[in-house]
Design a protein around this ligand. Structure first.
Ligand code: MOS
Length: 744
């Protein structure tokens, strides 16, 4: 039942289908259909499924950074109340398998690579019994003598170039730096970040004969099936994952984590369902981190502020043998001009837990630094930072020469500035004082690559005139249920109350999954294509063609002839599977979502405390599928931007690599009191090269550069330029101007 349209996205779909439909639901700020379930606590999250005979597993983590497991004293705890088993061998996977599908991520079980690596699972009748026994389990290790350096910047750190990121080189950057009328050459640091999803990682596993069923919290189910099948050396056909509701992921659930594999193995051994829920501390210490970065930025400009040379070099870290390296310079490649350039990323091998994708991997930390450096350049050149940015937007991607599919950066900067009141900003620092507070404003661009990922979805137009959308796509809090229903409702001429969306089960056609801001446009495009196929069939039934078919509120018409869908269907359901895969449009165009951030901060003249007073973001990401859920994504990104700028920082103890601030009390995500009213402007745009929906990704855009705007506002407020995120007050106080001198 595949649709006749080629599923490879090779040619921009200029038909602008969604704007020609009559239902009028696409783009509307509709509520999430699953919202009432979530706020009433009745949506079933991973750990909440009730399975008969389910027992509880608790992971035991290594408390040394490197070495080998010598003895696990399991006998000592097997007699404790309720304890059923201690698993500690063979297939116990000890690190998250992100990016290793197809490469059997099972490691040598006797080797400890980082503090916090799971080495055993204790299973007991109740959670408390499992936890008690896990705490009592003694594990002897041979600690390794020769440790990998903990500090990625130490001279003995092992540094290599990631295989998937080749340096970008053009012209002669050193010469450009010498020729420049104005230049900066600065180093910035950003710390590691935690995903800090609200729902801890959790899995309930059970077996039906040789079929494994997992209920858990994951982002990309079709991919996760491959991972778990790899880990257990079994066929993907015998694995089913169910995950209708996921309490956030931010990258930490892109790949399966240890609890999933451990639960599956334990369930097989015990012949009953096993639930493994990570504690908050385990999530922090074990799952995944965003790498810390050190970034050197060089900008060389002519007298007018046009960039002639651009360097962006980053040092990140990961465990040995992990493929992922935070792609810090990803947006720098296409954002600003300057033919003389050098962009590169190096990865230091250190033994902290796996570094992986954390919301907007690359841009989140790369853009905040690039945008702070741009502010430094604007100050040197003596021009407005918005003017500097507008002056440096290339016609095509430097070096590569690829054209842009669409780019609303100028509009974002201008409309954002107007809304924010940028014209009230004083160019020089320390010009505005309110009582004990210095007040300043800062701006930054936003940019995040756009990706289309293979996806399938089934749409069934039911005989009763309702529609059913089915795919294993997840909704990790982003609004998948809402937007997929809106796409189907628009295309099939049905009010949203007559469209049902079923997600998060791998028995359904494989969607894109949630990650990299690609879920909505990829799986949404598959839904669009399925609906197109249905429209073609409906039109045929009315002796017309799909182009002239109009449907609204379940009434179809062709050339003035009207029939209801129920009537047309004659008691039969009509089902189609739509699919999409990235094709030539992906290579032919540089695709990214853009925006601009404006922040106003107060810096306390005596203590150096920074408060964000207000923030405006303007974003262009192609068609807006749902103005409410899209806005929510932007807000969430900006909130994390406040965290990146001011509070969030993984603190490792360099003696043994343990994470000191491994919970939400000590790892400071912004709370309500830290977040002022945020304004979001959604710009009108269509991008046919990006997807048949003419939409681009928005999920991660709101964080990409946000912290830079805040850092720039701090500089503008009090004159202090901090090149080490987060901007905690200890880094500000020593450089503050005399608080009394200008207080009068
Ligand atoms: Mo994302 S960091 O690809 O969930």
């Amino acid at each position: 039942m595949r649709i006749p349209l080629a599923d490879l996205y090779n040619t921009p779909d200029e038909r602008n289908l969604l704007d020609t439909m009559k239902q009028g639901v696409i783009g509307k700020p509709l509520d999430r259909p699953e919202g009432p379930l979530k706020v009433s606590g009745t949506a079933t999250y991973s750990a909440e499924w009730k399975l008969d005979g389910c027992v509880e597993g608790m992971l035991v983590l290594a408390d040394i950074p490197q070495g080998t497991v010598k003895t696990i004293h399991r006998d000592a705890i097997l007699g404790m109340p309720g304890v059923l088993a201690v698993l500690a061998d063979e297939a116990m996977v000890r690190r998250s398998a992100q990016g290793t599908a197809g490469k059997a991520p099972v490691q040598d079980v006797h080797t400890v690579d980082y503090f916090g690596q799971p080495v055993a699972l204790v299973v007991a009748d109740t959670f408390e019994q499992a936890r008690d026994a896990a705490l009592a389990l003694r594990v002897d290790y041979d600690a390794a003598e020769d440790r990998v350096a903990f500090d990625p910047q130490s001279p003995d750190a092992e540094v290599e170039q990631p295989s998937d990121q080749k340096p970008v080189k053009g012209g002669d950057l050193d010469q450009a730096m010498r020729d420049a009328a104005f230049s900066i050459d600065v180093e910035y640091d950003t710390p590691g970040h935690a995903s800090a999803a609200m729902e801890p990682h959790a899995t309930i596993a059970h077996w039906e004969d040789d079929h494994l069923i997992l209920r858990g919290s994951y982002q990309m189910l079709a991919f996760n099936v491959k991972e778990i099948a790899d880990c257990l050396s079994m066929s993907t056909k015998k694995v089913r994952i169910i995950a209708p509701y996921v309490g956030g992921g931010f990258g930490s659930k892109l790949g399966i984590t240890h609890e999933a594999v451990a639960a599956a193995i334990a369930s097989k051994e015990l012949g009953r369902p096993v639930r493994v829920v990570m504690t908050r501390q385990q999530v922090f210490q074990t799952v995944m981190r965003r790498s810390e970065t050190r970034q050197r930025v060089r900008l060389a400009a002519d007298p007018a502020g046009r960039i002639i040379g651009l360097g962006h070099e980053a040092l990140v870290s990961n465990l040995p043998a992990e493929d992922f390296a935070e792609p810090v310079t990803q947006a720098t490649e296409f954002l600003y001009g300057g033919e003389n350039r050098l962009l590169k990323v190096d990865v230091a091998r250190i033994c902290r837990m796996t570094a992986g994708s954390v919301r907007a991997p690359g841009e989140a930390v790369g853009m905040q630094v690039l945008e702070a450096a741009m502010d430094e350049l604007a100050e040197k050149v003596g021009i407005d930072p918005i003017v500097l940015r507008k002056r440096n937007l290339p016609a095509k991607v430097p070096v590569e020469g690829t054209p842009y599919s669409s780019r609303m950066l100028v509009e974002a900067l201008e409309q954002g500035a107007a809304q924010f009141g940028w014209n009230k900003r004083k160019a020089a620092p320390c010009e505005t004082r309110e009582g004990d507070w210095w007040i300043g404003m800062g701006v930054a661009s936003a940019a995040r690559v756009n990706m289309l990922i293979p996806a399938e979805a089934r749409v069934t137009l039911k005989a009763d005139g309702t529609a059913l959308v089915e795919t294993d796509q997840t909704d990790i809090g982003t609004g998948s249920y809402a937007i997929l229903g809106q796409i189907a409702g628009e295309m099939l001429g049905l009010p949203i109350s007559r469209v049902k969306v079923v997600l998060g089960d791998t028995t359904l056609p494989p969607g894109a999954g949630s990650g990299g801001s690609f879920g909505a446009i990829s799986t949404g495009s598959a839904v669009l294509r399925a609906c197109e196929a249905i429209r073609t069939k409906l039109a045929r039934k009315m002796d017309g063609d799909a182009e002239t078919l109009e449907i609204r509120d379940g009434m179809a018409s062709v050339d003035g002839r009207q029939r209801s869908l129920v009537d047309l269907l004659e008691g039969e359901d009509m089902a189609e599977i739509g699919s999409i895969k990235p094709g030539k449009t992906f290579k032919d165009f540089s695709q990214a979502s853009y925006g601009a951030f404006f922040a106003e901060v107060g810096v306390h003249a005596f203590t150096g405390e920074v408060r964000v007073r207000r923030m405006t973001g303007a974003f262009g990401f192609g068609r807006v599928l749902n103005a409410k859920t899209a806005r929510s994504q932007c807000l969430g990104g900006m909130v994390w931007g406040i965290g990146s700028a001011l509070t969030e920082e993984l603190a490792f103890d360099l003696r043994d690599g343990h994470l000191v601030n491994h919970d939400l009390a000590e790892y400071h995500v912004p709370v309500h009191a830290d977040v002022p009213a945020l304004e979001v402007i959604l710009l009108e745009e269509r991008d046919a090269a990006a997807s048949p929906l003419q939409a681009k990704g928005v999920g991660e855009l709101g964080i990409c550069g946000a912290a830079g705007a805040i850092a720039n506002a701090v500089r503008n407020a009090c004159g202090v330029r901090v090149r080490s995120f987060p901007l905690t007050l200890d880094k500000i106080i020593p450089h503050l101007p005399d608080p009394f001198a200008s207080a009068a």
